[in-house]
Design a protein around this ligand. Structure first.
Ligand code: LER
Ligand code: MN
Length: 279
């Protein structure tokens, strides 16, 4: 049986107790918290988790342009590293199992200087982050999530994330998938999941339109089959977002009603029905 989680990024503006109450009502096991440490009061997060019987599956870190581990300006790289450390601290406070570390900021679609230097800075920053997480993260594991070509200029596929794990060379680093990105970039989404195997530590699901599974034309059955076949031990998490070239910017404006109860319920129902059909 899979464990289910949901990323609260789409409910950016909502009081956390309301989001958690919704997840508990629809049968979720965990929440994937968006990574903006300044918005959370950790003791009240812990109380809300307890009240709703939820765990924290992951921290969905937010890599804006000023949090770039691969930036040519050392001060921007330092700001990126300070941000990652604040996410490690957050993970320890709320008991998160995994946290995302992006080698460069989101929506950076070209290097600012030569690619080789940027990759080198990214690897160095991630190594420092991984060592900090080992010492301070209460067991939190770091995951690399490939994003599609409009959000990232080189980490676009699972095989590249696996290569990054090798380059970083730390045993607390693994990969995560997001089927919205994978649907755009992978030759085969279920093939990439099988390729990651036991190095796949988290996954985001959304339909082809990035809304709730069942609202678009993505076929989730091969994905769920592949997760079962690799004996996936992580959470099946949903990250759904409105159609926008800027996945974060739009959240400031708030989302329509269907993104709240309706899509939270539809997401888990659609995938649980597929899970049931797997023999
Ligand atoms: C984060 O999990 C993600 O998938 C990126 O697209 C950020 O928008
Ligand atoms: Mn994602």
């Amino acid at each position: 049986m899979f464990k289910y989680s949901f990323c609260n990024l789409v409910w950016y503006k909502e009081e956390l107790s309301k989001s958690m109450d919704r997840l508990a009502r629809f049968g979720y096991d965990a929440i994937d918290l968006y990574g903006e440490p300044s918005v959370y009061n950790y003791s009240s997060v812990r109380q809300n988790l307890k009240d709703n019987g939820l765990a924290v599956s992951s921290i969905c870190s937010l890599y804006s342009a000023e949090r770039d581990l691969a930036h040519p300006d050392i001060n921007v790289r330092k700001a990126g590293l300070n941000y990652v450390k604040s996410i490690v601290d957050m993970a320890a406070e709320v008991g998160a199992l995994t946290m995302g570390v992006a080698p460069t900021s989101c929506m950076k679609t070209a290097p600012l200087t030569n690619l080789e230097d940027e990759l080198k800075w990214a690897v160095e920053g991630i190594q420092e982050a991984a060592d900090y997480a080992k010492a301070n993260g209460d067991g939190v594991k770091i995951i690399f999530e490939p994003w599609n070509r409009y959000e990232h200029y080189w980490l676009n596929r699972i095989d590249q994330a696996l290569e990054l794990v090798k380059q970083v060379g730390r045993d607390n680093c693994g990969v995560m998938g997001d089927v919205f990105h994978m649907n755009i970039e992978e030759i085969s989404v279920d093939g990439a999941i099988r390729n990651a195997g036991e190095q796949l530590w988290n996954i985001h699901l959304a339909d082809s339109n990035r809304a709730a599974p069942g609202t678009g034309h993505f076929d989730f059955a091969p994905v769920m089959r592949a997760l079962k076949d690799i004996n996936y031990q992580g959470y099946v998490s949903y990250e759904i977002l409105p159609a926008s070239a800027d996945p974060f910017g739009i959240l400031e404006k708030g989302v329509g009603d269907e993104w709240m109860d309706q899509y939270a319920r539809q997401s888990i129902e659609h995938i649980k029905a597929i899970e049931k059909s797997l023999t």
